[in-house]
Design a protein around this ligand. Structure first.
Ligand code: BTN
Length: 264
């Protein structure tokens, strides 16, 4: 088991501000909750809250996020972007892209993104992101991007209903969590700089999405949608062409079935 600590993370980290204020916990309830509470107390942009174990890790759509102690990356990043609240998805996009690139660069695995916030390895989920924000008068006050990545965990130890995988399961050997995290922080920082200068990462994000072009079944708060995932719009919403030819837009949802589209 590789040791996580603030000192180990800072040692050799090549970012200029992201992850430089580290709050490390051997155990906490949820790093997203801790980061939000520090954000409300004025913690600086770039603060990293990271834990070896979460007792109440949260996933999207009210699901739990489960990871055995000392095996995974469980962390939250605090951003204070100069963006309108409706542009918050840009932060999620740059984090997803940074995570994907770091996994590719460190392991050689063909990591992909699944709409909206999952990291896939050979079609199975190895990581996820939960972005939570606070806004005032339509402008972002802060964004907490929470990332969970299955690193050195035996896939059999993960909840079977998620059909999840891990870097260990895909590679057959363990990976340094510290080195991987440092790479993730470096990749995200570079992309976030671009976002702040007005570069909207939509094209790069859309190209990294495994979902596009596939036949999907999408569970949304308004019911189930079946069709072909045709694209994403400016705000990151998924555009699904239904069998009657109409296009539906989903900003929040969960893809529960994926297949090859007969439409090609
Ligand atoms: C999902 O795929 O549903 C999103 C999972 C996000 C999990 C991470 S683990 C670190 C951070 N703290 C949390 O409570 N959740 C996120």
């Amino acid at each position: 088991m590789d040791e996580l600590s603030a000192q180990a993370i800072l040692n050799g980290l090549r970012t200029s501000w992201l992850g430089r204020n580290v709050l490390f916990y051997e155990q906490t309830d949820s790093t997203n909750s801790v980061a939000a509470s520090f954000a409300q107390q004025g913690a600086p942009e770039g603060t990293l809250v990271i834990a070896d174990e979460q007792t109440a890790g949260r996933g999207r759509l009210g699901r739990p996020w489960v990871a055995p102690r000392g095996t995974c990356l469980l962390f939250s990043l605090l951003f204070r972007p100069s963006l309108e609240a409706r542009r918050a998805q840009g932060v999620t996009m740059v984090c997803g892209l940074g995570l994907r690139q770091a996994v590719r660069g460190m392991t050689g695995l063909p990591a992909q993104l699944k709409w909206p916030n999952d990291l896939l390895l050979h079609g199975r989920k190895a990581g996820g992101m939960l972005t939570e924000l606070s806004a005032q008068a339509g402008h972002l006050d802060y964004v907490v991007a929470g990332i969970g990545l299955n690193v050195n965990v035996d896939a059999a130890q993960l909840p079977p209903e998620f059909h999840a995988t891990s870097l260990l399961a895909e590679l057959g050997h363990s990976v340094s969590r510290v080195a991987l995290l440092q790479r993730v922080l470096e990749e995200i920082e570079a992309r976030y700089h671009e976002l702040q200068t007005g570069v909207w990462p939509l094209q790069e994000w859309a190209a990294a999405l495994d979902t596009l072009g596939q036949r999907v079944r999408l569970n949304t708060t308004q019911g189930t949608l079946d069709g072909r995932a045709e694209g994403v719009d400016e705000e990151g919403a998924l555009l699904v062409r239904q069998d009657d030819g109409s296009v539906r837009r989903a900003l929040v949802g969960d893809i529960v079935l994926v297949g090859h589209s007969p439409a090609g």
